[in-house]
Design a protein around this ligand. Sequence first.
Ligand SMILES: Cc1cc2nc3c(=O)[nH]c(=O)nc-3n(C[C@H](O)[C@H](O)[C@H](O)COP(=O)(O)OP(=O)(O)OC[C@H]3O[C@@H](n4cnc5c(N)ncnc54)[C@H](O)[C@@H]3O)c2cc1C
Length: 415
Amino acid sequence: MNPSAPLHDVIIVGAGAAGIATAASLLKRAPNLDVLLIDPATEHFYQPGWTLVGAGVFSQASTRRETAALVPAGATLLRGTVTGFDPEHNRILLAEQAPRGYRQLVVCPGLKLDWAAIDGLEATLGRHGVTSNYRYDLAPYTWELTRALQHGRALFTQPGMPIKCAGAPQKALYLACDHWRRHDRLGAVQAEFLNANPSLFGVAAYVPALQRYIERYQVDLRLRHRLVAVDGPAQEATFEVSDAQGNVRHEARPFDMLHVVPPQCAPDALRGSALADAAGWLDVDPHSLRHRRFANIHGLGDAINAGNAKTVAAARKQAPVVAHNVAVALGRAQGQARYDGYGACPLTVERGRIVLAEFAYGGQLAPSFPQWLLKGTEPTRLAWWLKAHGLPWLYWNGMLRGHEWLARPVLADSP
Ligand SMILES: Cc1cc2nc3c(=O)[nH]c(=O)nc-3n(C[C@H](O)[C@H](O)[C@H](O)COP(=O)(O)OP(=O)(O)OC[C@H]3O[C@@H](n4cnc5c(N)ncnc54)[C@H](O)[C@@H]3O)c2cc1C
């Protein structure tokens, strides 16, 4: 290692959901470690709340906190942007700051929302009826448009996979439709769901319940439709439409409201680095979450290539696994912890009811509650209560503080 780079026991890249949770879990296991969290952002967001901001249920401010206030005691927060990785010398590179050295590295910078990949989109976001729940500042505009629209066409788009919270594009659709249904505007308002993928949802067990809501709201569902351009002033969106044989054509559709979910990719600093796979994501073993080539590097959250659903729910289960395995590598714990691919997606099919999709690797259903209490493949009021009250509380007071409720890691050598 470069002797001039300060050396830390553990560096964590990114102080989002995954980074703060990992720091907290790690310091619960080994309180005197030197843990450095690095993030350029001064604010931290509970992104799952943005769906409910877009539906007028949550206030925008309730989803935001100061990052510094969330850093667990014993960890240090460095405001900075990681620009590159030097795994051969156990250092990370920073913009306008000296490199930093580590004994163990945890990489969790989330993913990049690629707004620029859609021609004309950035120029019109927040105007001309174009919105997205994927941005803190725009989610209130979704609610404003939903309330204002009396008649016309409302388009909701979904890009190709992978994206974070694959259910969020249709959550926005259902909650807006439910509002129009309650105000007798369905019919006058015609909703279309234009999804780049070949099916409504990736895990087949949840599709029948979702399909019923598509019919109930008279949604015009169009699969294999990928948004490629937006003309805001003309209120026209262009889609690349492909068929099962691979034929492609372009189609322009007028709109009065357009809810866009942008294509998503690995962050710039990761893509093309020595740590990335061919697609740019952090290349980890899907169970140990350890890097496939560099044994003292670990990863979690949206940035990894493990194939789980990119969700806070996944990060909540991954953080204790990574914390445990880092503690083992530093001689502070024993046995290897193992992640099973758990992820969850509370599908807000109407105001007051949710289909709580919970699944592990391979789309295997992984319910947290017994069926008599919560039938995961059908909408329930209890799941809505969890989304609106239980899960935000669990996030701020449990996950980010190192309490591993419903997330204790399983050790690979336990029976
Ligand atoms: C609209 C919406 C709805 C969602 N709904 C749900 C839901 O219902 N349930 C659910 O479980 N999940 C949901 N999610 C997904 C969830 O929010 C993400 O999966 C989760 O936040 C991922 O955590 P993360 O720590 O990997 O990334 P993030 O929380 O995004 O944090 C990444 C951090 O890394 C920092 N960073 C980036 N680049 C660098 C760099 N170069 N150097 C240093 N730091 C860097 C960023 O500033 C950020 O603070 C939703 C997301 C959205 C947008």
